[in-house]
Design a protein around this ligand. Sequence first.
Ligand code: ATP
Length: 285
Amino acid sequence: MILTGQSLTKTYGSLSALTDVDIACAAGTIYGLLGANGAGKTTLFRILLGLIKPNKGKVIINSDRIKPLGGIIEKPAAYEYLSAQQNLRLFSKIQKAPADKTTIENKLKAVGLSPERKDPVRNFSLGMKQRLGIAIALLNDPECLVLDEPFSGLDPIGIASLRSLIQELATKQGLSVLVSSHIVDELSKVCDELIILKEGQIVNRGATQEIISACTESYLISGPEITQTDLWEKVDAKMLRQSVQVFVGAEEIGEIISVLAKKGIQITSCTPEISMSKLFDTDTK
Ligand code: ATP
């Protein structure tokens, strides 16, 4: 494990922001930290990055890199009045990382930013600022990248493209990535593992697909003529316009899809409807 947090506990006066949180991050794996506002996500990331001290517990980093962890907490740290290149050069010099033209251009390209763009960062879209923030966080070649709410405020295209970037960093460069959000859908599409935080405590954790199936109580199946079959008389289902909400679990959905396929009924999507109460209250550890 590159990064391990053991029994991490943080209090602010009488408020318990984090209680006995254990976390372990391996190379090439993407971890999603899911929690509502105030659940303690930022507090945990701050502790892992060494920005604040826990009251109890310890962080163990197993790496021989000069700066094993890189991260963005709350918002990307770039100077708005400088261009992307100028920002990277400045941060490289501060961190004593290579700052020659080719290196800087390659680092911009690696996060999908064009080195041609010379205007100040204040003109950038939020998605571009996130990418620049990631480029800055990667300057010292860390083994673990911590991203606090990176999808927040991005449009669906921005979310999808940031997701691909995160996936690429984990798959191609073997980075361990820890990413937080309060939206399960943002994390479930990119994370290998989910850690569910509620009021400072981990209430659920595990492989993303296992958690999703354990917490799915119905599926929304869509298609132009999806309502036009007598199959729905035999299963617990609710007719919508071009969709049907089918109240079955992960073990039964495959059979329903296969019956629909045999009947020649076109399916355009099949999405699990995740039960938030199960996700946040059930301990499937
Ligand atoms: P959000 O999604 O809203 O960013 P979060 O899950 O990141 O929330 P934290 O920012 O970690 O949550 O906050 C956890 C709890 O600790 C909250 O109740 C917050 O008010 C409290 N808290 C965080 N930082 C401080 C601080 N410096 N002083 C006092 N209380 C704090």
